[in-house]
Structure formats: structure tokens, C-alpha cells
Design a protein around this ligand. Structure first.
Ligand code: HEC
Length: 127
């Protein structure tokens, strides 16, 4: 019985440690190379399949000049704050093809909150 309780406590401590872990720019950068770079550049004015992600944190949604955004992404620009806040990015990256969000991004999303936090920490460094 006591053994069971300590296993439970260890598991709880472990999961809260994972949740509390600070976001890692380096991990986000690795994720970006693996999952975003094919479609997104990090340089101003360089669009690929997707728009440039330079300065994306705090940027107005669907605001890269000359990028052919989907209608739903453009509609999204008028919704809420219309800005890529950390919260908006977190929701978008969890499910880029969800009802509310742009339909043109063929990417299934980052399921884990920690992976999204790492990614957003990296996106913040893109100036
Ligand atoms: C298969 C190509 C593809 C991949 C992979 C991809 N994206 Fe995209 N992304 C797009 C396209 C296309 C759009 C424009 C969506 C629209 O207009 O509906 C977009 C839009 C975005 C936007 C909105 C930008 C704006 O100007 O409003 C963000 C933020 C974004 N992507 C982040 C990411 C991140 C971070 C990753 C990696 C985790 C990623 N994307 C992976 C193609 C991709």
C-alpha cells in the first residue's frame, strides 16, 4: 500500500516537473527545422508555401503582403485580437486545420503543450 502511494507521488512530481519546465528555444528550433521549414522561411519578405514567419509573434494575422492567404485565415484576421499572441499561436499550432483556423496549412499540429511552448519560444526569436 505504502509502495503504491509513493509510486503515485513520484509520478505526480514527475508530471508537474514536466509541466513547469521552461520552454526551450533550442528544442523549438529543432522542431522548426523538422516540421515548419519546408513551408516557412524565417526571413522577412521570403514566402514559401506558407508566409514568412519573421516577427510572427505579435504580428497581425494574415498580414504578409502578397501572400495568398485562404479566406478562412483572412476571416480569422478580423476575429478576436486579430494578432498572433502566444495564446493564439498555441491554439493554432495544436490544430492548424481546426474549424476556425486557416485551411491551407497541411500540417497536423503539435499535440504536446511543451512542444508548442518550445516552438513559440523559438518563434519569439525570429526578428
Ligand atoms: C505543408 C506546409 C506547412 C507546414 C508544414 C507548416 N505551415 Fe504554417 N502555414 C502554411 C500555409 C499555406 C499558411 C497560410 C494558411 C492560410 O492562408 O490558410 C500557413 C500559416 C501559418 C501561420 C499564420 C501566419 C500569418 O501570416 O498569419 C503561422 C503562425 C504558421 N503557419 C506557423 C507554422 C509553424 C510554427 C509550423 C511548424 C510547426 C508550420 N506553420 C508548418 C503552410 C505550412
Amino acid at each position: 500500500m505504502l509502495g503504491r502511494i509513493s509510486i503515485f507521488c513520484a509520478a505526480t512530481l514527475f508530471s508537474s516537473a514536466v509541466l513547469a519546465a521552461p520552454a526551450s528555444v533550442a528544442a523549438g528550433k529543432r522542431w522548426f527545422a523538422r516540421t515548419c521549414e519546408n513551408c516557412h522561411s524565417t526571413h522577412i519578405g521570403v514566402n514559401k508555401v506558407g508566409p514568412s514567419l519573421a516577427n510572427v509573434v505579435g504580428r497581425k494575422v494574415a498580414s504578409v503582403p502578397d501572400f495568398p492567404y485562404s479566406d478562412s485565415m483572412k476571416a480569422n484576421a478580423g476575429a478576436g485580437a486579430g494578432v498572433w499572441t502566444v495564446e493564439a499561436l498555441d491554439a493554432y499550432l495544436a490544430d492548424p486545420r481546426g474549424d476556425v483556423h486557416g485551411v491551407k496549412m497541411y500540417f497536423k499540429g503539435l499535440a504536446k503543450a511543451k512542444d508548442r511552448a518550445d516552438m513559440i519560444a523559438y518563434l519569439k526569436t525570429l526578428k
